[in-house]
Write a protein of this length. Structure first.
Length: 227
């Protein structure tokens, strides 16, 4: 039984200390954008990691575009020209509205559906068109708030790695207990798999461990939805 207990311990340690899947993905395939599903990672993991990285990069580009727009407006550049030069790829609908004399505020609201942090820019632009107020100060504050929010989001994402690791370790503790029992000469697997009370305890333990992992993952997922 020693080989079985050693295998259980090795598997439990690997699952408990394995790095974040996104980090493993970067080490294996590098930039995941457009990378095909290959190797030992499932295609779903590739898609999730690529989507997450793409969303992070899009947020960073939007924040940089807001900061550039604020600087251009402060320098005296016309609003429409500044909007195109600062982030044509970030707000494509608004850039198209500028080129074809469309409703820029409505186009910015359309861009905000894809990138929610642009919603305040649409509101400020609408007020500026109606009342003639300057955009430079509002956009500068908007860019600063967006940068602060992004820093908080990154910090929270890093702190969530702890709860995830804790959930994995708690789920794998029974495997450590079984392995330790085998090392001490006891046969817990024989009792768990060979008797009715043992089977009942095994099923109950698996159910409770799965429920605990699901509950912890749900809490973490809810926090991630707020980021």
């Amino acid at each position: 039984m020693n080989w079985m207990s050693a295998g259980l311990i090795a598997a439990a340690v690997f699952l408990a200390i394995r790095p974040d899947p996104g980090h493993r993905l970067e080490l294996i395939v590098g930039d995941v954008r457009g990378a095909p599903a290959r190797g030992s990672l499932p295609a779903s993991l590739l898609r999730i990691a690529a989507r997450k990285q793409k969303a992070n990069e899009a947020r960073k580009r939007a924040i940089e575009a807001l900061a550039t727009l604020a600087a251009d407006l402060s320098a005296g550049m016309p609003q429409q020209q500044a909007l195109i030069s600062s982030g044509e790829g970030v707000w494509p609908a608004a850039s198209g509205a500028v080129r074809f004399d469309g409703d820029i505020a409505a186009a910015l609201r359309q861009d905000a559906v894809r990138m929610p942090l642009l919603a305040p820019l649409a509101a400020c632009w609408s007020v500026s068109e109606q009342q003639g107020g300057g955009l430079a100060i509002s956009v500068a504050r908007m860019a600063e708030q967006a940068r602060i929010a992004e820093d908080i989001r990154v910090q929270l994402s890093a702190q969530l790695a702890g709860p995830r690791a804790t959930a994995r370790i708690l789920m794998l503790l029974p495997a450590f207990g079984i392995a330790m029992g085998m090392l001490m000469g006891v046969n817990p697997l024989g009792w768990l798999l060979g008797t009715l009370p043992g089977i009942a305890c095994l099923l109950a333990g698996i159910a409770l461990a799965g429920l605990g992992y699901w509950w912890t993952s749900r809490i973490v997922s809810r926090v991630e939805m707020l980021l």
